[in-house]
Design a protein around this ligand. Sequence first.
Ligand code: PLP
Length: 385
Amino acid sequence: MTDTPSHGFATRAVHAGQEPDPSTGSITPPIHQTSTYVQDGIGGLRGGYEYARSGNPTRAALEVQVAALEQGADAIAFASGLAAEDALLRAALKPGDRVVLGDDAYGGTYRLLKRIHEPSGVRLDTVDLTDPAAVEAAFAEPVKLLWIETPTNPLMKIVDIAALAAVGHAHGALVVVDNTFASPALQQPLRHGADVVVHSATKYLGGHSDVLGGVVVTSDAALAEQVRFLQFAAGAVLAPFEAWLLTRGIKTLDVRMRRHTENATAIATQLAADPRVERVYYPGLPGHPGADIAARQMSGAGGMLSVALAGGERAARALAEGTRIFALAESLGGVESLIGYPSLMTHASVRGTPLAVPENVVRLSVGIEDVADLQQDLADALDRI
Ligand code: PLP
């Protein structure tokens, strides 16, 4: 089947870039586990491939698939989400340029900007991107790149992509959205005006906690060419087997995200009614400050939520260590439920910065297990605190 943009999301997820192997009929595209390609005479490339750092058919198949899902012209797949972010920042910025980042974001993104790019001359400011006055103040000075995460990690703030893209473009900024938490099944930022989407493909795209990867997606041809050149020159490519695992995971993205959302909604509702929980951060709950924007730009609130415990740090740590089905682990987005204590785990690198996470907060990555089992697990762990 040939993919066309008119096909629905789930059809594109299964078929885009996933042609059966023409030489054998294998319905599943093969893994091209090779470092180089035979040439018919010098420069006589059979399929356009020369060496695995510059290109690999399995990686290319993934790139076509992700570009089709995000409705972008091009996608470039990297060895991790941070490798993708780093290549994008190197391609887009030069010394003296200023970056504005949301004040709640993945700690590693802040660390990359603060400890790698700031010492090279890039300037960084963090701003509450849900506060229009703060955004206006941030744009009083030139901004080269606006970095949006929505929903944010871990406090689940919702940033209005279309509104922020309009502000960014009015000031000549490149607008980047980290779409890791929502995945393209629930949110497609390029359609709301963003210039670039980045992913930690490690999370929902892969979906099975068995692969590390990252992707940059854009319809800006010059930027895509620059990112691709940087990848070729610096070498942070995604390996063929990891690319294949991602193409496989993505085929079920649509059904997984529906189930993640269904389970997370039930759990958020349960926890919101529990007096031991001071606050639930989940954009699918009616009282969430970004619920209206989420309803506009997302087709579901997703599988991530955080809770602040009334019993403070002690209770939060006890909950994180007290569940039996939710496994205590870094990362998110897999079929299995995970629980984490951000201030000492995923966000340990931002302790003492404007992005520090409150010490009574626990983050849940709600998996696709039976929701009654997950709810019982949390209820039991809360009882044991
Ligand atoms: N962006 C977000 C929102 C993340 O949660 C993460 C990792 O947790 C990353 C980027 C970095 O991705 P990776 O761990 O694949 O390098």
